[in-house]
Design a protein around this ligand. Sequence first.
Ligand code: DAT
Ligand code: MG
Length: 236
Amino acid sequence: MSSEIYRSASRAARSLLFYASKHKHHVSSKGRTAAAAAAVSYKGTVPALASFTDSTNTFNRWIAGALALPAAAYMLQDQEAYALQMERTFIAIKPDGVQRGLISDIIERFERKGFKLVAIKLVVPSKTFAQKHYYDLKDRPFFNGLCNFLSSGPVLAMVWEGEGVITYGRKLIGATDPQKSEPGTIRGDLAIVVGRNIIHGSDGPETAKNEINLWFKPEELTNYTSNQEKWTYGVN
Ligand code: DAT
Ligand code: MG
């Protein structure tokens, strides 16, 4: 029964997060934790409500939602006004990964971890586009070959969302040189040389933001509640 309250608080917190993100507040995983905490602390502070929520009729749900909203808002105020959408990262399966039929294996690893897919498309980038993507490496000797390669065939561009997804996404991917990637990582398990290391992942919050903006239009990024979220996240 209290799970109904949790859900309502969670939903209320999420709509606040969504509202804030629409209004261009900065994104951080802290805010997400705050939202989860709001939902949980609300569950703990209004025990009387539990008896209302045995049944699932709309009125009870409305009550729970209406009461949960201020609780969530109050908790969120404590965070600086920035915190307000789950962290996102840009992940791309490069032409070698696509050609080798590794799309499903790679996606499965992100999905099973609990991360949420919010955008995906298969594109053949132009060389100019590849140069923009790898701009930071423009002075490296392999830059030209790298850009030729990235633009040589289909790339599966994706945005994944979740707490800590930027850093942990890099862990799932493994070291840049597959000779040094640990077994169990994507590059460790599925690639051999640095020039064909099959996958790209943003290396920090700033890069993630820039790369998502480069590869996707805002309307291509979905906002939805994953059915498993309430089991993937929680504070005890
Ligand atoms: P990562 O892809 O792990 O973020 P990076 O940003 O340093 O690594 O380099 C981008 C890509 O460039 C990398 O995935 C493969 C290629 N690359 C990096 N170092 C290289 C090297 N020494 N020789 C050839 N290609 C290299
Ligand atoms: Mg990089």
